[in-house]
Design a protein around this ligand. Structure first.
Ligand code: GLC
Length: 413
């Protein structure tokens, strides 16, 4: 598919999935399976839309921040209106119109991306108070032990609902069904409801993971936020956010790094979860590894066909992990929901986008091109799907899924 045709196909998909609610405009990740607004999806949408229409990109983010809680949390789901006809089960998160948890904080990155293209300071001014409040909430509320690592209270906050990084913290073996996994997460929601979703309490008593992608995304986004504050002449804020980014990256080095890789940690004593998922590449996105560490990541992990390499790129879990499941066939609840919902092996285009950006940061041009080409061929052969089988390239889960549009943000020339 040539560049022009691809852009047209993405534009049509984004339009099909666009929804209006009063003065708000947003995009649903998939019309049938995911009929609501999700946090990191909306950031991906804004990045995609920044290649199509800046104003639509801004509207997407303004809708997202419009439901911010007084304490600063931006919820990971906004229902706008509940769909009874949808296949998506509505988990009761204890609130009528939104969830009560968050998702990887990609908003400042998306805002900065749009600004770099159209230099609209009014937009920055307009959205800055929401960003300021949100990132301060994460810094102040999500780090009760003051170690400068941001914690999540539910696997769903990582955006990778059933990733094997959460098996040990959830008390699950490396091989288990999606139904069992879903049940565990539902139990967590009930426990959180019992403690009124009060983060400090939930973290201490139930589930408290300091996840590598979430923290890497924090570092990158705090640096973007610092740039935004600089443009608006908020000099103290600019310094504060840049300093926080450094504190988190230093803490990641101190508490997560071992044997050349960054590992997510859990519990009060920051035990490392040594399961190799695509998260090991996220330090490239945050630019927190040295050139030689980056070189090792690429050679020993990305290109090795027994790990993340191979014909179809990039599996979410290393091919040599016991939890690796290339397609997580449509059994049980997955079949019921007509979604794949699997972060235990299948390829997701947003993951490829993160890795692509990380490789570009370190000037691995050839390897970045390889990821782009693999993503393109998956899209061409299987269409815009939720994920792809890591062994056969077959499309899995939701159809008309928007994340494939991120291909526009990889250099197609
Ligand atoms: C699934 C994904 C999550 C995403 C949501 C909407 O739950 O795991 O990352 O935000 O679908 O697309």
């Amino acid at each position: 598919m040539d560049k022009r045709k691809l852009k047209k196909a993405v534009g049509e998909l984004m339009l099909r999935n666009r929804r209006i609610s009063g003065r708000h405009q947003y995009t649903v990740p998939s019309t049938k399976t995911y009929p609501y607004q999700w946090l990191w999806d909306s950031c991906f949408h804004a990045i995609i839309l920044s290649h199509i229409n800046y104003e639509d990109a801004k509207k997407e983010l303004l809708s997202l921040v419009s439901k911010q809680f007084p304490n600063g949390l931006i919820p990971h789901m906004i229902y706008w209106r509940k769909h009874t006809e949808s296949d998506f089960p509505v988990i009761e998160w204890g609130k009528e119109d939104t969830s009560t948890i968050t998702q990887p904080p990609m908003i400042a990155y998306a805002v900065w991306k749009i600004y770099q293209q159209d230099q609209d300071k009014d937009f920055l001014r307009n959205i800055y108070p929401n960003l300021n409040l949100y990132y301060r909430y994460l810094i102040n509320e999500r780090d009760p032990r003051n170690n400068h690592l941001i914690g999540i209270i539910n696997p769903d906050e990582s955006g990778e609902d059933n990733s094997p990084r959460f098996d040990i913290p959830l008390g699950l073996p490396p091989v288990h069904s999606l139904d069992v996994n879903f049940q565990k997460r539902l139990e967590l929601v009930s426990e959180h409801e019992r403690c009124d979703f009060e983060v400090g309490k939930c973290m201490r008593n139930f589930f408290w993971v300091k996840d590598v992608p979430f923290n890497a995304i924090m570092v990158k986004n705090l640096n973007c936020l610092s740039e935004i504050a600089q443009v608006l002449n908020f000099i103290d804020d600019a310094k504060y956010f840049a300093d926080q980014a450094t504190l988190i990256s230093d803490a990641m080095r101190k508490l997560m790094f071992e044997d050349g890789l960054y590992w997510s940690t859990y519990d009060r004593d920051y035990k490392k979860v040594k399961v190799k998922t695509w998260a090991i590449f996220m330090p490239l996105f945050a630019q927190i590894c040295t050139k030689s560490e980056a070189q090792e990541l690429v050679q020993k992990f990305l290109l090795d066909e027994t790990r993340f390499g191979g014909k179809f790129l990039v599996p979410t879990v290393s091919r040599d992990e016991p939890s690796f499941d290339p397609d997580n066939p449509w059994r049980g609840i997955a079949a019921l929901l007509s979604t794949n919902l699997s972060w235990r092996g299948p390829i997701w285009i947003a993951v490829n986008w993160f890795i692509y950006q990380g490789l570009q940061n370190y000037n691995f041009k050839k390897e970045a091109k390889m990821i782009l080409e693999s993503s393109l061929s998956l899209l061409e052969s299987a269409g815009f799907r939720e994920s792809y089988n890591a062994k056969t390239g077959e499309g899995l889960g939701a159809k008309d899924f928007t994340w494939g549009g991120l291909i526009l943000d990889m250099d197609l020339t």
